[in-house]
Design a binder for this molecule. Structure first.
Ligand SMILES: NC(=O)c1ccc[n+]([C@@H]2O[C@H](COP(=O)([O-])OP(=O)(O)OC[C@H]3O[C@@H](n4cnc5c(N)ncnc54)[C@H](OP(=O)(O)O)[C@@H]3O)[C@@H](O)[C@H]2O)c1
Length: 232
């Protein structure tokens, strides 16, 4: 396994369906992990190198406060792995309530923008940093009935490319992992008759995130990396 011992990684959405795998993968690889979400607790990951930072990341001030708290407690942030996101779909644009659009932008785009804005000054000062975000296949290949979700995630992909361009002179990389449907308990419950074998193993996505944070990926920035498993 890739070794990232000594790396301080802030993982948002650390206790989600994907986040649990990403958090455990980074802990197994030697990282110190600051895990954030609204409900997260230290007991979620009983490990000496894990610290929980409960945070509601729907405002810029909350993101700034989270980054300040992690930096004060753990010294610095070498990498941000931003997993916060959500899904809504099943309606045409005409039938989609405006509230749903706001919810999708509010969970998929704004926290990503706020978190990047909060961590980048410290990374620039350090002359190094890694940002990994999670898009979705639907952002690159939209399907009918998911306009608000797909558009919010497409905006996130544009954000990642913008960060990469602006910060490439400073040793900071920004990349997006673009998964197909992930094999999470929530998806199995929502789609019990689906063929789970065609879904992406969250452990595989965690390994890509780990690689993007590792030295091996130092020259990779601005990438949107498809992780579609057997559905490629
Ligand atoms: N599942 C899929 O098939 C799939 C496919 C493609 C892409 N993705 C993307 O992959 C990422 C992870 O998906 P998932 O299935 O693991 O989702 P999930 O289980 O719903 O996890 C979402 C995480 O974000 C946290 N969160 C949500 N809103 C937040 C807020 N306002 N402030 C702080 N934390 C918040 C949640 O924790 P709390 O509730 O404790 O806050 C949870 O840890 C998302 O970005 C998703 O869009 C998922």
């Amino acid at each position: 396994m890739i070794d990232v011992s000594g790396t301080l990684v802030l993982i948002t959405g650390a206790n989600g369906g994907l986040g649990r795998h990403v958090t455990n993968t980074f802990l197994e690889a030697g990282a110190t992990v600051a895990g954030a979400s609204r409900s997260i607790r230290n007991e979620d990951f009983p490990h000496a190198r894990f610290r929980a930072f409960p945070a509601e990341l729907s405002s810029s001030s909350a993101a700034q406060a989270l980054v300040a708290a992690v930096t004060a407690r753990l010294g610095r942030i070498d990498a941000l792995v931003h997993l916060v996101g959500g899904f809504a779909g099943g309606s045409s644009i005409a039938e989609t309530d405006d509230v749903v659009l706001e919810e999708m932008l509010g969970v998929n785009l704004r926290p990503a923008f706020y978190m990047a804005k909060a961590v980048l000054p410290g990374m620039r000062e350090a002359g190094a940093g890694r940002i990994v975000m999670i898009g979705t296949r639907a952002a690159l290949e939209p399907q009918a009935g998911t306009a608000a979700y797909a558009a919010s995630k497409a905006a996130l992909l544009a954000l990642v490319r913008s960060i990469a361009l602006e910060y490439k002179p400073y040793g900071i990389t920004a990349n997006a992992i673009v998964p197909g449907t992930i094999d999470t308990p929530a998806n199995r419950a929502a789609m019990p008759r689906a063929d789970f074998s065609t879904w992406v193993d969250p452990g595989r996505i965690a390994e890509v995130a780990l690689w993007l944070v590792s030295d091996a990926a130092a020259a990779v920035t601005g990438a949107w990396i498809p992780v579609y498993g057997r559905n490629a």
